[in-house]
Design a protein. Structure first.
Length: 572
């Protein structure tokens, strides 16, 4: 069974209660232990995004934990939206999340659910807690609730409404649902322990009043459940066995357990894992919004962001993201992963699949003075030497060519093996050429190189055995397509965007050169390429056709550079 079939991190076969624990990560070890003990006789997981933003690479890690474990144990997997906050949730985000989850490769089948579809059951359970005397309607303002919660080392103060009779609480809560009270006038709170060292247990709010339409429920509700009340109930309703959450929810687990125990309903097991932190990036919904609204990036699918939409537009593949999730593993403590790990994953994947083409970013004209004027020939070029089934293509060759300006030095430094006056180099898949003359304009800038070619060296070595050390990429000047290129770099200048000088904020670390826009010339084989098509521009890096492209003009996003240092092309 392949990794994609078995799930990220899987040992390569379906797991069960008899699977040895050695070699398993701690999450899969916990699942095997639960099956052995009889705590559960099946495995059911879920991925529960809130539809209030776009997913990012950290969500991909969580998704592949949830989906991978379901696959490994032959279990079920739910895609469920925790849509309990109408003020921040939109159908746009629902649609984008569905697209992202499907693109990454998770298959939920017919198991698409919405927490809002359980509102009626949650309401009935809230009434049950009121009848048991462990929930009450509170008239304190949000500011008063926060003030009276106390501090982690000091107990909170009980609400003066904590002792309301059950019947009064039932009446007020039903009237809250009926819409009799304005926003913020009242809340429903759990009656737990205002002196608990866990702040989440200090009479948390279960419901608040919001007269807002819901993207799915419309105007049916004007009271909405808090996330901490709804989350565990949703897992219970769906029969989830293992609820995998990131570490920030560890202190919330006692509250989820308390609600389930008080109601006496089915109880999933929650296990926490370390969330993903990546250098040179932010993974915060709030910060994504600030970057977009502040005009620092061009939308949530900007290729400089690590949103899945941004990575997809930049040219990342689902396979590379799965590989990345497998490489970084699953940990119990937070850590920071180098962006270079993610970049290596996409390089390795695209090296196998991306067809090669030649493109020139900063051109200088080469005229082959001994090549017949008006003549064009076609070179047979392998599309991808890593893929034996990729075939070949025809690349036009002519008297006038473009090469990279950086591939020529009038006064070459030591160990510079590319073109220089009197020096001979190979044009990739074509001929040896020798620079005979340098043409400059009135300002002294080089505008043209006059060279000769050796017709006996087509596609191979010189018959007389002479060798050259440099091989250059090129395009035929009159045949090349002019296109736009966006050279993406890190969005931040420092690995930790929060590493700022006193008096400054993280915006100070935004890289002013995070994207360099330029014009390039590409061989004509790319003509008509659809958005999302990926190529390796030889010696330059991997590029993807952007959605801004038109039939008349292509736009290429640089996905990632090549490993060699030469690929860092100077700005024009």
């Amino acid at each position: 069974m392949s990794e994609s079939e078995a799930g990220i991190g899987a040992p390569g076969a379906i797991l069960n209660a008899d699977t040895p624990l050695a070699g398993l990560d701690f999450l899969r070890e916990a699942v095997v232990t639960d099956l052995r003990s009889g705590r559960f006789d099946r495995v059911a997981t879920r991925f529960p995004p809130e539809p209030n933003a776009y997913l990012h690479i950290g969500h991909a890690k969580a998704l592949w934990i949830d989906y991978g474990i379901a696959q490994d144990f032959g279990g079920t997997f739910n895609l469920r939206f925790d849509d309990t906050n109408p003020s921040k949730e939109e159908q746009e985000f629902v649609d984008a999340i569905i697209e992202d989850v499907r693109w990454v490769g998770a298959d939920w089948g017919d198991r698409l659910f919405f927490g809002s579809d359980y509102f009626e059951q949650m309401y009935e359970w809230a009434l049950d807690l009121i009848r048991k005397g462990v929930a009450y309607v509170c008239d304190l303002t949000p500011e008063q609730v926060i003030e009276m919660r106390g501090k982690p080392t000091e107990p909170g103060v009980e609400s003066p409404y904590r002792g309301r009779p059950v019947e009064e609480n039932l009446d007020l809560f039903q009237r809250m649902r009926a819409g009799e009270f304005p926003d913020g006038a009242r809340t429903l709170r759990a009656k737990i322990d205002m002196s608990s060292p866990n702040m989440n247990m200090r009479d948390p709010i279960m419901y608040r009043i919001r007269h807002e339409d819901h993207h799915r429920q419309g105007s049916k509700w004007c009271i909405y459940p808090m996330y901490d009340w709804a989350h565990g109930l949703e897992d219970s309703i769906e029969g989830i066995t293992h609820s995998m959450c990131s570490l920030e929810y560890e202190n919330h687990r006692p509250l989820y357990d308390w609600f389930l125990d008080q109601l006496g309903i089915y109880h999933p097991r929650q296990i926490e894992f370390a969330r993903l932190n990546l250098t040179y990036s932010v993974m915060s919904k709030r910060r994504f919004i600030e970057l977009v609204n502040g005009g620092y990036v061009d939308g949530y699918d900007d290729p400089r962001l690590v949103t899945l939409a941004g990575l997809r537009r930049r040219g990342y593949t689902p396979e590379a993201i799965k590989d990345f999730c497998g490489r970084i593993g699953i940990a119990k403590t937070d850590s920071v992963v180098e962006m270079a790990v993610l970049e290596d994953c996409i390089r390795e994947d695209l090296n196998k699949r991306a067809p090669r083409v030649m493109a020139v970013m900063d051109p200088i004209r080469v005229v082959l003075t001994n090549y017949p004027e008006g003549q064009t020939e076609e070179m047979d070029v392998v599309n991808n030497p890593e893929d034996p089934d990729a075939g070949t293509r025809k690349v036009p060759f002519a008297r006038e060519l473009y090469i990279e300006r950086d591939d020529f030095r009038e006064d070459p430094p030591p160990k510079f093996f590319r073109l220089a006056p009197g020096r001979e180099v190979r044009l990739r898949n074509a001929y040896f050429i020798k620079c005979e003359e340098v043409v400059k304009d009135a300002s002294g800038e080089i505008v043209e190189l006059r060279c000769t070619y050796d017709p006996e060296t087509r596609g191979g070595d010189a018959p007389d055995g002479r060798k050259v050390k440099g091989t250059l990429h090129w395009v035929a000047a009159h045949e090349a397509l002019e296109a736009d290129a966006r050279l993406y770099n890190h969005l931040f200048t420092k690995p930790d965007p929060d590493d700022v000088d006193e008096g400054k904020d993280w915006f100070a670390n935004i890289n002013p050169d995070s994207v360099v826009r330029t014009t390039c010339f590409v061989e004509p084989s790319v003509r008509g390429a659809a958005p999302g098509t990926r190529y390796q521009f030889e010696r330059l890096g991997y590029f993807c056709v952007d959605s801004d492209s038109t039939p008349e003009r292509l736009v290429f996003n640089r996905t990632v550079t090549l490993r060699d240092s030469w690929s860092k092309i100077a700005k024009r």
